[in-house]
Design a protein around this ligand. Sequence first.
Ligand code: NAD
Length: 259
Amino acid sequence: MINYNDKVVIITGGGSGLGRAAALSIAQQGGKLVLVDMNQNGLEDTKKQILAAAPEAQVELVEANVTNEEEVKNYVQFTIDKFGKIDGFFNNAGIEGKQNLTEDFGSDEFEKVVSVNLNGVFYGMKHVLKVMKEQGYGSIVNTASVGGIRGVGNQSGYAASKHGVVGLTRNSGIEYGQFGVSINAIAPGAIMTPMVEGSLKQMAGDNWEAAGKEFVSVNPMKRFGKPEEVGNLVAFLLSDAAKFINATVIPIDGGQSYK
Ligand code: NAD
């Protein structure tokens, strides 16, 4: 068990999937949370689940769009006004976008995916890093993807944005280590969240569960990852126990990347 007592963590995409799972894990270990999402209902559901599991938890909700730099500045300022510091930042909000061959990939679609997955992550880092540098400590975990370390096919916008997240992570990690700040990325494989369920339904309609089984049959572990498995990894990476891990990318994919 990691000690999160008195630690303050911001999580974007906290209204669903991996963000929610990390929030649950950190709250159960005593962390104070600021959850950010553009989906207010999702945020409220996350808070309900946290309070059911950890009734003493302190959880603040901020509805914001991570593609809007002013809104990003506001959630960072909100956290400082409320708690006076930021120990950890799970910079995670993202979208998958439509699937297509590169030549058929809509330019608007490309820009939309890059705007959320890369610009949003950049704005978050920029404003949180100002605070962490001044404090002289802090940890950031950015959500990349297996699609950020290799090609996945039919997802040019997604793969480009997630490779960008890996570049940002490595670059900033070597810049900010000297200020006591560690910055890493996670590269999840297929984890069963609403995002993945949605894309299976888009591909296979009512047969999505069978399509999912076939999809993971090539995974060495023959299954989807569970959100809580990613949540626990994030909780570890944002904790003091992981302080010397910096500027790296950690796959969590059942071994699929090395197959
Ligand atoms: P999800 O759809 O369950 O959750 C994503 C959350 O981000 C949602 O609550 C959504 O409202 C929020 N969000 C989206 N755009 C936003 C914006 N502009 N501003 C604020 N909030 C916004 O998906 P998930 O699977 O939990 O994905 C979380 C992250 O993990 C994403 O970056 C995704 O690319 C990445 N990822 C997921 C998988 C997987 O298999 N689930 C694999 C690799 C990477």
